[in-house]
Design a protein around this ligand. Structure first.
Ligand SMILES: C[S@@+](CC[C@H](N)C(=O)[O-])C[C@H]1O[C@@H](n2cnc3c(N)ncnc32)[C@H](O)[C@@H]1O
Length: 241
């Protein structure tokens, strides 16, 4: 249960989470009882809806100052939460949190979301091969995000969810400017279309729900085929009207 303190911060289990988002990264450092989370307020309900739903194993991709690790850990109370982060730079407040978790929470700094071998090892060692809930809030780049999805989604338990945050960045005015550093990156909206295609061509994806903030992919109960099928989409090269 979260208690809002003001428009941009809430308290959960004695920890304050401060929402601080800025293009290029929040500059706010976390402290031991006040963590920075790079999400807007409109993202929060997508997570609070999952409270008390029996999620036991959580994998987060993209950590930053650790606010979302603490938020997810306190909200969902999983038996295990592991998170990977590209940056090698440790977050001291988060490291203290991890030390106090008694081995329940692990952070893997210096790990890119496309390191499938390493991620598979983490899923084996930390979760016994199957994960309940995944959040990809890392690069937001199409190729990297797709790589992570292909590695991890087959390991999501039947009925479990895989969230992809901030899929709509390319539609925001700042990203339309050719001077923007991400201008030439492929839109993450492409991944949404790919997943729709995977859903109908195979039996691994039960459903996909898309809101402005998050793509929520639900793993089906089908144990059999890989969730990824060959491409059957036509008009990929069409001129858009
Ligand atoms: C939006 S921030 C994450 C915020 C965090 N989940 C939160 O809500 O506060 C994105 C993070 O992903 C990390 N990142 C960027 N590219 C990555 C990659 N290829 N693999 C893993 N992490 C990456 C960045 O260093 C950054 O810390």
């Amino acid at each position: 249960m979260i208690n809002w303190i003001n428009k941009s911060s809430f308290e959960i289990d004695g920890y304050r989470i401060t929402l601080d988002w800025a293009a290029g990264g929040s500059k706010r450092a976390s402290s031991e009882r006040n963590f920075t989370m790079m999400k807007g307020r409109d993202f929060i309900d997508h997570y609070t809806a999952l409270e008390n739903t029996g999620i036991e194993k959580v994998l987060e991709v993209g950590v930053y100052q650790g606010g979302s690790v603490v938020f997810l850990d306190r909200l969902l109370r999983p038996k295990k939460l592991s998170a990977i982060e590209l940056s090698q730079e440790a977050v001291p407040a988060l490291d203290t949190y991890v030390q106090n978790s008694g081995g329940r929470v692990n952070i893997y700094y210096g790990t890119s979301q496309d390191e499938s071998l390493k991620i598979n090892k983490i899923i084996e060692s930390d979760f016994g091969g199957e994960v309940d809930f995944v959040v990809d809030d890392a690069s937001h780049w199409y190729e990297y995000s797709k790589s992570t999805f292909h590695t991890v989604f087959p390991r999501v338990k039947p009925g479990g969810y895989y969230f992809i945050e901030d899929w709509s960045w390319s539609f925001q005015p700042d990203f339309q400017a050719p001077s923007n550093g991400w201008f030439n990156q492929n839109s993450l909206a492409n991944l949404a279309i790919d997943l729709m295609e995977d859903m109908v061509n195979s039996d691994g994806i039960e459903s996909i729900e898309i809101s402005r903030q998050v793509i929520k992919v639900k793993r089906s109960n089908a144990p059999g085929r890989s969730p990824f099928a060959t491409t059957a989409r036509r008009s990929r090269q069409m001129n858009l009207l």
